[in-house]
Design a protein around this ligand. Structure first.
Ligand code: GAL
Length: 703
């Protein structure tokens, strides 16, 4: 039996609270803009800014993100006149404002009068002012001052015609997610009381029988501060959960003030779904905002483009596949990597459109005008130091035109793929804790490797979270799904027995929600479902690898495992060994297995194969579900295809990830109205995608 296909969500409309810009015809169009920091510039520059914004097709800017010290120079002094002028000027230029609550960086007068708002590290050091975001998420003093500022801004600008959305704080948790102060300790105890009710329950969950850690009064419970050896693992895991919740709670506090005073104005905050940013469980935050926003920066490396696609895709999953807002990315180089490489020609536009391909209905940059002073003066912007007479600004103008032409895409939703990749913050946090079989396990990298392999094969996939309805995917890949509570084990069993094809990996199903091992052999919670039993983990030393044999692979040696191996025994019926260890401690034992479960299956990959190895293995795992690439063979890996679906049309995004022209011979359904990109044809009439370019095609849906 094939599980039901996920049905596309109804296309969102402006009524969905997404702050769409308006096109010439009055209909919704994609948003285009940047963080705008006019307080860094004299007034004459503001006029030029608005003129250039109009030239670039900018529709919306985020204002006031780091303006607290300018807006409130002292506890009872307010200077809002300049912001009035900025908003008026932008409005006169037809540009909407996503107004920040300005609470991201507390001013010196506040931290001098109240040093007790400053965060404290695990080692007890104070995080001093001097940069930004030096505040404790749980500080009542900080909250009182911050909410006063939020109230002031909401009262003043409630009816300003430029206001299209509220931008709470900025990248909550970017620098202050883990605070170990006394405020944090108090709030952590409250959070634990709420979670466990009694100290007995806490003692059980934290396994405090170990190392004489039994608590007899709540006051004894602390955040996992610097300790003599590994702090209690469940204490560490709960502190991560608590820290994410504490920021979520702070987000709610600002949002409630805004909702009280401006109920008609949507509220968002910019998430950081990018690379290894792991402190905030955004899947759990998504319901707190009126629309999801994300910031993303490309970090150079062999999987840079894959990571962009993965993060945009995950953002879409977090947003329930509804359109989301790309609040920040960069026009070219950033300033915070060891070496900050500029983007190649075409990448500015291509990277932006890849986000749109994955459901972004807004494309914004950090920042509008490159700063002349301060820590980010070498970070690219829409108007670089060189000024408007520059390649970057010309690309910015080009992108503005393309986004204008893509107006019909606004409000469409990503069409579900047949493959889901499950991404789970709890497993991320728990699998990488200290005192484990290896410190080399990298949760995000393993998930990204699977995604890279799917991209290499040209197979569309959705990155989803345990909160998503994953039951409709034909194939569900759950890499390193380490934390498997009993309910999730049941859901996954139902999924596979109902016809779904589950694929999971090493160190999955090992612990429950308290980080207690499921006993009787690994992967405890999934043992029956997978039909295997692992008696012992065999992590590999750096540089070590093991060869795998596959039946029917005459040449052999196309798969090599690293980081991890398992001593696997097949215990269930209907288990096929897809690959075995050819050497190493477990030579001759199964390395990759698949159990057939009714119409579905449950596969286990016991070692790290990396993107290439997974690309070699995956076709065999996808075959039982009948999933294959929709791209011609020559384009696989070089072109990414995504599909968005609106009320009356499908939109195909064909993104050339490579530096060469890619022909797309015989792509099914390639015809259609070209909304963006060149419909350049090769000699035989096939579409040819220029290097680093994107073509967007519109296919009307016939009723
Ligand atoms: C973000 C932040 C921006 C800017 C940007 C630079 O993390 O929100 O304010 O610092 O990074 O890449």
């Amino acid at each position: 039996m094939t599980p039901p296909r996920p049905s596309p969500l109804p296309p969102s409309t402006p009524a969905s609270r997404f702050p769409y810009a308006r096109g010439a015809d009055g209909g919704p169009r994609l948003v285009y803009g940047a963080d705008y920091n006019p307080e860094q510039w004299p007034r004459e520059v503001w006029e030029e800014d608005v003129r250039l914004m109009r030239e670039a097709g900018v529709t919306t800017v985020s204002v006031g993100i780091f303006s607290w010290a300018r807006l409130q120079p002292g506890p009872d002094t307010w200077e809002l006149g300049w912001l009035d002028d900025v908003l008026d000027l932008l409005h006169a230029g037809g540009i909407g404002v996503d107004l920040a609550t300005a609470t991201a960086s507390p001013p010196p007068w506040l931290t001098t009068a109240h040093p007790e708002v400053l965060p404290v590290t695990a080692a007890g050091e104070t995080v001093w002012p001097g940069a930004r975001q030096h505040w404790r998420p749980t500080s009542p003093v900080f909250r009182r001052h911050a909410l006063r500022l939020v109230r002031k801004l909401a009262e003043r600008y409630a009816d300003h015609p430029a206001l299209v959305a509220w931008h709470v704080n900025n990248e909550l948790g970017c620098h202050n997610v883990h605070d170990y102060s006394d405020d944090a300790a108090r709030a952590f105890r409250d959070w634990l009381r709420e979670r466990y009710g009694t100290l007995d329950a806490l003692n059980h969950a934290w396994g405090t029988a170990f190392w004489s850690q039994r608590y007899t009064a709540w006051e004894q419970v602390l955040p996992p501060r610097l300790a003599a050896s590994h702090p209690n693992p469940t204490q560490q895991l709960d502190f991560k959960r608590f820290s994410s919740d504490a920021l979520k709670e702070y987000l709610r506090a600002e949002r409630e003030v805004l909702r009280e005073l401006t109920p008609g104005v949507p509220v968002t905050t910019n998430f950081m779904v990018m690379g290894g940013t792991r402190g905030m469980d955004y899947a759990d935050w998504a319901d707190e905002v009126d629309f999801v926003s994300n910031d993303h920066y490309v970090v150079p490396g062999p999987q840079a483009r894959d990571e962009l696609s993965f993060s945009a895709n995950l953002t879409s999953g977090i947003a329930g596949h509804r359109p989301w807002f790309l609040m920040e990315h960069s026009t070219s180089a950033v300033n915070w990597q060891p070496v900050n490489v500029p983007k190649k020609p075409g990448e500015l536009v291509r990277d932006s459109l890849l986000h749109v391909a994955h459901g972004a209905d807004a494309v914004c940059f950090f920042q509008w005008r490159q700063s002349a002073a301060g820590a980010e003066k070498y970070h690219s912007a829409m108007v670089p130091h060189a000024g408007a007479d520059s390649e970057v600004f010309r690309s910015v103008v080009r992108l503005g035109g393309i986004l204008g032409a893509l107006a019909p895409v606004a409000g469409s939703v990503r069409e579900p793929a047949r493959v889901g990749v499950l991404f789970d913050w709890d497993s991320w946090w728990a699998a990488e804790q200290d005192s484990h079989p290896t410190s080399r396990l990298d949760y995000h990298r393993e998930a990204l490797d699977w995604y890279s392999a799917l991209l290499a094969l040209g197979v569309r996939a959705d990155v989803v979270t345990p909160r998503s309805d994953f039951g409709g995917y034909d194939v569900l890949i759950a890499p390193v799904l380490h934390v498997v509570p009993a309910e999730l084990a049941k859901d996954l069993t139902r999924y596979a027995e109902g016809g779904g094809h589950l694929v999971t990996t090493y160190f999955s199903g090992v612990v429950d929600e308290n980080d207690h091992v499921w006993l009787g052999g690994y992967p405890g919670a999934l043992r029956e479902l997978l039909g295997i039993r692992v008696e012992e983990f065999g992590p590999l030393l750096d540089g070590e690898s093991v060869a795998l044999d596959r039946p029917g692979d005459a040449a052999g040696g196309d798969l090599a495992g690293s980081v991890w191996t398992d001593r696997v025994t097949v215990t269930g019926q209907d288990v096929e060994v897809l690959a075995s260890y050819a050497d190493g401690a477990y030579a001759g034992r199964p390395a990759v297995t698949r159990r057939t479960t009714g119409g579905g299956s449950a596969a286990y990959v016991s070692t790290r194969l990396g993107p290439e190895g997974l690309a070699a293995l995956l076709p065999g795992l996808l075959a039982p579900a009948g999933v294959a690439s929709e791209l011609p063979a020559s384009a696989r890996g070089r072109v990414e295809l995504t599909v968005r679906r609106g009320a009356d049309a499908r939109f195909l995004f064909l993104v050339n990830r490579s530096d060469e022209a890619v022909p797309l011979p015989g792509l099914v359904g390639v015809s259609g109205e070209v909304l963006a990109g060149q419909a350049e044809s090769g000699a035989d009439g096939d579409l040819v995608l220029p290097p680093r370019d994107v073509t967007v095609l519109r296919h009307p849906l016939t009723p």
